[in-house]
Design a protein around this ligand. Sequence first.
Ligand SMILES: Nc1ncnc2c1ncn2[C@@H]1O[C@H](COP(=O)(O)OP(=O)(O)OP(=O)(O)O)[C@@H](O)[C@H]1O
Length: 796
Amino acid sequence: MPAMPKEKATTAVSFNNFAELGLKKERLGVMATTMTRMQKQQQQQQQTCGCGAASAVTTTTTTSTTTENNNNSRYGNSNRYLPNGHTSPLAAALASNSSPLPIYTMCCSQQELHQQQLRAQSQNTKLYIDAMMGSPSSSRNTSAATAVEPLTPPKKSADDYIFGRYIGEGSFSMVYLAVDVHTRREYAIKVCEKRLILRERKQDYIKREREVMHMMTNVPGFVNLSCTFQDQRSLYFVMTYAKKGDLLPYINKVGSFDVACTRHYAAELVLACEQMHRRNVVHRDLKPENILLDEDMHMLIADFGSAKVMTPKERTEAASQLSDRGRRRRSARSSDDDEDSEDLYYDLDDQDDLDDVDGESNDDVDGGDEVDSAYHSCMPRRRQRRPRRGSFVGTAQYVSPEVLQNGPITPAADLWALGCIVYQMISGLPPFRGSNDYVIFKEILSCGVDFPQGFDKDAEDLVKCLLKVDPRERLGAQDEFGYYESIRSHPFFAGIQWRTLRQQTPPPIYPYLPGVCKDEDFPSSFSVPGDLEPGLDERQITRLLGMELGVGSVGGSDSAAQKTAKTKNSFDLSDAEKMQRRQAQKTDKWHVFADDEVILKKGFVNKRKGLFARKRMLLLTTGPRLIYIDPVQMIKKGEIPWSPELRVEAKNFKIFFVYTPNRTYYLDDPEGYALDWVEAIENMSKLSYGSAATATSASASASASSLPATSSSNRSNSSSSSLAIVASIANSNSSASSNCSPTARRNSPAACRQQMPLGSLTAPTAASTTTATLAVTSASAAAAATTTHAKKTASN
Ligand SMILES: Nc1ncnc2c1ncn2[C@@H]1O[C@H](COP(=O)(O)OP(=O)(O)OP(=O)(O)O)[C@@H](O)[C@H]1O
């Protein structure tokens, strides 16, 4: 999920590293003993080497598919399960790791020696991973010897779960939905490949994630870690399954949330921050992708790989460092005792990789434009990662200025992220955007936040209070430890019942469209376009009622092309007609964007994403395709993907929505041809996918046409929309995931083979519900708009 390299590559694990890792004392002690034993054995082996050169000996734990159960093994409370009185599975694992089997003992050349040392180092690293997760070999040995076998909980292994489907992937992990064969409970199981962890040197990351997940298990609002185990190839984290996926696709789908919805999720995030911070955990990578949603649409915070667990001393030191205004980032670099201090340092003076600072990606084939480009850059995926000389913990768009400047890490870093996320929920995009990290970082340090028109004023104030460059000035930073009174009492949160928040049903996800009034069919801001001809002739009526078939809403300058288009009302063109039309449109300046297809309809629209809008020329072609073009730069910006699931809905004469499985496109035709567009797109859909694709829509349309155009009907439209949004995202999640990705196949062919349909795992009616709901919504909205128009015409 996170796209940025989160940490400096750790050196191969040596004994000294353990101390840096801040392991608990007893664990450190046991590890020390083990490592000393290993070193001694190596020395002994070296002594047996007769050539005088130091030869390395590697050891093996004779790994097998035996697994080690760490179930319920939170340190300190699970001793009764552990063999030989060890205080943790880690200790038990390490202590029993005392009989490594020598693989070889041989005299060797320097080169061989080097290779052997590398192998030994890697083996030590492996042992370290074993130690983190509980060593399989050690557990086997120990359990054989132990007298307390009956107290050992049943060992878990991959065989205890049915792996249902692929959910997603991280840098070195795959996450699957699985069912415990004994309890039938669903879990998300993160399977981390040891090979990749070693290669990427992510041992610390994994250790930290496990440690913090343990700390946050059973805390409301967090993904529980049910158990961990491992086999020869992988480490397994068995976690709460967050059924509704992460927050980002929801924002993406509706563009942005309405205020009630934003308020609720922001409040849940405040509670989560309180829970973490009172445990001295700073997440450091809060972002919509790391906010998962449970079945009831409540937040579950995940992904603690970047988290920092602060000791009280560190907290005090950070606080005092914060007050030292004269401290500059370069001097901080040498003195900071944060284990990640070098990782955190991002050198903004480094011009080495400042290519494309002003560049803008035009190659957005996924249906994006420059807003989307910014958006996509806000969702840095792994493939967007670039190796850097200095890196940092977190994700570019949400990283706080003090993290960028290598300042002391305090919980206020998460409050900064909270401000970014509130901004994104309301507006659709994070506050700091840019074509590359450098631009984003400059934006962050200058804290130049623009609030687009329509941004809720209380939300704006809250965001401004949270996005303070000086962490001490951030709202909540001076509050009582782990209780953000000043945030809770901000006017934006008025009405929030904090104590029962997680028991309440979250508000449905409504798009936030200040231009679309929910209580009237025509927003008061509607103004008649100046370039329309006066009168109410047949053509105007047709335009107003949206009955004109297949004729484009073309601006004045394109009226010739419009006349050409008007000659055909049907999209069902013969080959000869197509050829003729193509010939005729060659003089049209938009023709070059149509890839030699016939342009059936075209017109300027404002394409909205959250509160942001861009003017675009929209083309409907015989493809069928919906292509949008930047009319200033004359660049194709993207396409709305066609599929049988594509649906279209008119909100009023100006605004229409195009629903696709993964995104809703909010389009605003300033000339008021929204109903034309709906009609044309539906016609094209019928033509491409048969009447079945639109049959539901048509029948719903017939029945919905008798619906009164009241505000309540509008509200129910919105409600249907939002339900559909949840259903369709959940559905698209499952359908997208049900296809085993290439990476999944590559990494876990067995798991992919196991992708059997698990009846209890899927929501079989989701697709049909979504389709029907959207169709009804579309039809009733059109009916509402038409009826109201008729009323207005009559009154005129
Ligand atoms: N408990 C869970 N329930 C449902 N989905 C999950 C769960 N945990 C992770 N996922 C999903 O699985 C995907 C991969 O998650 P994972 O934690 O492996 O990687 P990541 O955190 O995205 O990336 P990285 O490991 O690089 O930080 C994500 O898309 C995430 O939304």
